[in-house]
Design a protein around this ligand. Structure first.
Ligand code: GLN
Length: 449
């Protein structure tokens, strides 16, 4: 497999993988070859190497969530998306690094290693699916899977100069994805081209009886409409996006240039207003932490995962196991979420955040009455240096300003490269569509490639 050669060359510098499964992958490649020789029908991803974020369950292969808590955990089943990849004859080459339990924006919260940005190894690849984005950017894999709760596919895709798609909530099954915030989480593909993203989504999507929130409608074809162009498409640019504090001028210029390209291609671009953008950041961090505090309650040292060595009572077992195995950021979210859900504070925080979530969704629906797509930057900042923001979680959270709204409103969005800074760092453009409008999203993105 030529990809393993590439991995040998690039991985020591990039550090994108937590587990590599070379022997299994080679075995798999051989069996696909046999199938081909016998003239059997091959799947749509026959022989395509795929890397998987380490919070997606893989039967017989470690799935750690980059946490000491699950350091030795080997799931006894495959996530639905993994089954779909196998069915299409893809080859899983390894599991990728991430922020612990998908909480973070830089991969620096991994308990095991920090992945580097392949464009400049002193910088972070973004997060939490930083490993998945970095290995695709460094050409160690053709595609990868990530998960996106508040931007974790799109932000690392922007930082690494690749294409990251967060589908409409429910389009892709979450069965087997280790939950962070169940009402926001979605699995999606990271690829080098929009066309690859379209093929991947065709494979990944579809109703799954194992996920009660999964979409029951017809599966769409995305490749078919890819070349249709953007003539007459109505695109909205929320003016607040350009007034964000801390928006890098080089990013703003690059997005403006993309808007002009769309206009030249025949799209109609107009300015709209999307107030409450900053408030929604607070709503996201409250809701996601509240859900995380409940989802992560299962890691108690009793049923599975890390267990402390010495203890007397069961309470001590749970307390010590959790204190020893969870990292700083995970503990911070659990505390924040438990506080927001506790009686006496519930109405002031959690309930208020839910109301804001509803208002944000309605504001987007207002825009989609008149427009097909919304254009924005993916992030306000360029890939930053490792260690630059580790001591200031609030500043790290502010970097999610353009991506978190989309999860709150359950919309699909895609990040694609739209230029480089003077220093040669990639810049990401975000396209946002209405529910289940991935075909339009991919078709518009393809026009800028
Ligand atoms: N950076 C965001 C957070 O830390 C998004 C994470 C994600 O989408 N998984 O919560």
């Amino acid at each position: 497999l030529q990809f393993y050669k590439r991995i040998e060359e690039r991985e020591p510098e990039v550090n994108g993988f937590l587990t590599l499964c070379r022997d299994e992958a080679l075995e798999r490649a051989r069996s696909i070859d046999q199938k081909r020789k016998k003239g059997e029908k091959l799947g749509r991803l026959a022989g395509v190497p795929v890397a998987i974020k380490d919070n997606i369950s893989t039967d017989g292969m470690k799935t750690t969530c980059a946490s000491r808590m699950l350091e030795d955990y080997i799931p006894p089943y495959d996530a639905t998306v993994i089954k779909k990849l196998w069915d299409e004859d893809a080859i899983i080459i390894g599991k990728t690094n991430m922020d612990e339990f998908a909480m973070g924006s830089s991969n620096e919260n991994s308990a095991f290693k920090v992945t580097s940005n392949p464009w400049d190894t002193k910088r972070v690849p973004g997060g939490s699916s930083g490993g998945s984005a970095a290995v695709v950017a460094a050409e160690m894999s053709v595609m990868s899977l990530g998960s996106d709760t508040g931007g974790s596919i799109r932000q690392p895709a922007a930082f690494c100069g690749v294409v990251g798609l967060k589908p409409t909530y429910g389009l892709v099954s979450r069965f087997g994805l280790i939950a962070f915030a169940s009402s926001l989480d979605q699995i999606g593909p990271i690829t080098r081209t929009v066309k690859d993203s379209a093929i991947s989504l065709e494979v990944l999507q579809g109703h799954d009886p194992m996920d009660s929130t999964s979409y029951k409608g017809e599966a769409s074809s995305y490749l078919e409409s890819l070349e249709k162009g953007v003539k007459g498409l109505r695109m909205a640019v929320p003016k607040e996006f350009f007034h964000t504090k801390g928006l890098d001028p080089e990013i703003a210029d690059s997005i403006r240039a993309s808007i002009e390209r769309y206009e030249r291609l025949g799209a109609i671009v107009e300015e709209v207003s999307l107030p409450l953008m900053e408030e929604s950041l607070a709503a996201y961090y409250l809701i996601s932490s509240a859900e995380a505090s409940s989802n992560l309650a299962r890691f108690d040292g009793v049923r599975y995962g890390y267990r402390t060595k010495e203890y007397e009572k069961i309470e001590e077992l749970m307390e010590k196991s959790r204190s020893e195995a969870f990292g700083k950021e995970v503990k911070r979210r659990i505390m924040m979420g438990t506080y927001a859900l506790s009686s006496g504070y519930y109405d002031a925080y959690y309930n208020k955040a839910q109301k804001l979530r509803k208002i944000i969704s309605l504001q987007y629906q207002e825009i989609f009455k008149d427009y097909d797509l919304i254009i924005s930057p993916t992030t306000p900042i360029l890939p930053f240096l490792k260690g630059e923001k580790t001591n200031d979680p609030l500043e790290m959270y502010l970097g999610d300003i353009y991506t978190i709204n989309i999860n709150l409103a359950e919309l699909p969005a895609l990040s694609m490269p739209c230029g480089f800074s003077k220093e040669g760092l990639p810049i990401g453009l975000q396209l946002i569509g209405n529910h289940y409008s991935e075909a339009t999203l991919l078709r518009a993105a393809h026009q800028l490639e």
